[in-house]
Design a protein around this ligand. Structure first.
Ligand code: SAH
Length: 375
């Protein structure tokens, strides 16, 4: 029998959960095998547990009914699937966008957003609590860096999204809904390449065909433009998607918007991106947040086009995603208006650059890009 999925029950978590419990999503199949061997269990038991976690998406040992009572009790006592504590849940877009605010043991915030469409479901995962990059237009940047998340804490966010979607499907059996999460984007709080090892461990584990089995092309990582991370990803074996936050084609402007540009200026970033596209033959996407009268003039669109399609080199294998800026309280910036967004897009299109405007979700619950700040 395939056990049924359960929603998380943070209130019924084991009393012993004091941070010392082993987070099961942090362990590879080999590590689970070692743990259960120490407990006197055969190796196949670890494979069963792994399937319960990633195929049946169970998060409570009590629901693993093919395990002995003693094993279930020990798992309940000494392990957890809930390293993140639920603080607040919010819904927008008629329940099709859901944001959850979690906290780490010291109270630091982490947020995850789930966006459900009839044919797909995207979960936007945080890789850090807060963010060290200090982009002036981003709400998370204002928090500063608080913590790196572990691979298990990233996976936990995705498993939450799977259970949310499953519950929705049960309550709305006739609604057109996807059967599971189809896209995992690392665009929540934090800079994934600033926590590369944990981030990549999470990707590899979620990709494992014997476990959760998410297709590599269903993952997207977004970076502020950390060149070493881009070069490292170019050599990885899984073809995940890369998005790069560009936001300006001029170094002075970009440095004002994104302090990281001092360390990795535009020329270095574009050179690394070329290395990446040449090695992988995969198209990158450039994100470009549009701020009224800062970086949204037609002349700036032309500058961007020159950067991506220079006369003296082959065009960069890329796509541009324009993101009208989402308001961040206390920030003296304005969002581009529709007319300027479309004019900007037109300039790029005329130059033969594929360019879309990001469709908004979750603005009403402060769950849109750059609005995650633990509120
Ligand atoms: N640190 C990574 C991923 C996090 S943010 C990165 O910088 O790429 C995901 C995207 O949202 C980035 O492109 C980021 O620049 C953008 N963003 C940040 N604040 C925003 C805001 N207020 N409105 C719209 N997009 C924003």
């Amino acid at each position: 029998m395939v056990p049924t999925l359960q929603n998380q029950h943070p209130d019924t978590a084991p009393a012993s959960r004091d941070g010392a419990a082993i987070h099961l999503y942090d362990l590879s199949l080999q590590q689970l095998t070692d743990l259960l061997r120490e407990w006197g269990e055969p190796a196949f038991r670890a494979r069963q547990l792994y399937r319960h976690l990633y195929v049946h998406k169970l998060d409570r040992a009590a629901d693993m009914t093919d395990f002995s009572k003693a094993l279930r009790a020990r798992l309940e006592q000494e392990t957890t699937c809930s390293a993140l504590r639920t603080v607040k849940r919010q819904e927008g877009d008629q329940g099709m966008t859901r944001k959850i605010l979690w906290s780490l043991p010291d109270g630091s915030p982490v947020e995850t957003v789930l966006m459900i469409y009839p044919d797909r479901a995207t979960v936007c995962v945080s890789s850090q609590s807060g963010c060290p990059m200090k982009c002036v237009f981003c709400a998370t940047g204002k928090l500063g860096f608080l913590h790196d998340l572990t691979a298990g804490q990233m996976i936990e966010q995705v498993m939450w999204a799977e259970r949310e979607l499953h519950t929705l499907r049960e309550t709305q059996p006739d609604a057109p809904l996807p059967t599971g999460i189809t896209n995992i984007v690392f665009m929540g709080m934090g800079e994934p390449f600033n926590n590369y090892d944990a981030w990549w461990t999470a990707v590899e584990r979620m990709h494992d065909p014997d476990g959760y089995n998410q297709g590599a092309r269903n993952f997207t990582v977004s970076t502020v433009g950390l060149v070493p991370g881009i070069l490292r990803l170019a050599d990885e074996s899984l073809p995940v998607n890369l998005a790069i936050s560009l936001h300006a084609a001029d170094d002075e402007l970009r440095t004002n918007m994104m302090p990281v540009n001092k360390r990795y200026p535009i020329a270095d970033l574009i050179a690394a991106t070329r290395t990446y596209t040449e090695k992988t033959r995969r198209r990158v996407s450039f994100e470009y947040v549009l701020l009224l009268e800062q970086n949204d003039a037609p002349e700036q669109a032309r500058q961007l086009a020159d950067l991506l399609r220079p006369d003296d080199q082959p065009p960069l294998l890329c796509h541009v995603n324009l993101i009208p800026w989402n308001p961040v309280p206390g920030t003296p910036l304005s969002r581009s208006n529709r007319q300027r967004v479309l004019a900007f897009q037109e300039v790029l299109r005329e130059r033969g650059i594929a360019c879309t405007v990001r469709v908004e979700r979750g603005v009403d619950i402060a769950a849109a890009c750059g609005q995650l700040a633990g509120g």
